[in-house]
Design a protein. Structure first.
Length: 193
């Protein structure tokens, strides 16, 4: 009986020691955004609802801000920084570096470590014969100690470009402009998520 208790105690110590040695599998910021790119396409059948467009828009905004905060945290002169910068540019319809400057300047001025996107509202604005896609959202900026810096309301203009893949109609998401003021129009229709 005493031998069984001793054996049971040794086994429980062995299991508790093994449990304590479990390594953390949390991904670093670099690992989280390393594979962010704008290559994902979305089938037409999944793009029929405004909720799907809202979800994809929020995802793309969050990915761009994650890459931007990672870029501003670096030296901006390393090879990885140039890769991150190229990834950020791939989110825009025009690969113009001027589109990124206001984003990076604001993140620098507030010393933002992380950003969290919330409360997104997707709208279509009809201007003449053109229909423009806009999204209004809130973003919370946090510093290196995870303290809230502020909550800001932003607007983006985006477009969905047709990307035929293997005889299917699919779309690729691109920003036209980031933090733009949408034009005022009484014919705008929006869905809030």
């Amino acid at each position: 009986m005493r031998r069984n208790n001793l054996l049971l105690m040794l086994l429980s110590l062995l299991f508790s020691a093994a449990a304590c040695n479990k390594e953390s599998t949390e991904l670093s910021d670099l690992q989280k955004v390393r594979n962010n790119n704008n290559r994902k396409t979305y089938p037409v059948t999944k793009m029929d609802s405004a909720q799907a467009i809202s979800f994809i828009t929020k995802q793309k905004i969050q990915e761009l801000l994650d890459l931007s905060t990672l870029y501003t945290a670096g030296n901006r002169d390393t090879e990885i920084d140039s890769v991150i910068y190229a990834q950020m540019r791939s989110y825009f319809a025009e690969k113009d570096s001027d589109r990124l400057k206001p984003i990076l300047k604001q993140l620098d001025s507030f010393k933002v470590k992380t950003a969290k996107v919330g409360n997104i509202e997707v709208k279509k604005e009809i201007i003449g014969h053109d229909t423009l896609d806009f999204a209004k959202f809130n973003v919370e900026y946090y510093d290196s100690r995870d303290r809230l810096i502020g909550n800001f309301q932003k607007n983006v203009q985006y477009t969905l470009k047709l990307s035929p893949v293997k005889f299917k109609k699919e779309f690729t998401f691109y920003f036209v402009d980031f933090d733009v003021k949408p034009p005022k129009d009484s014919t705008s229709v929006g869905v809030t998520k």
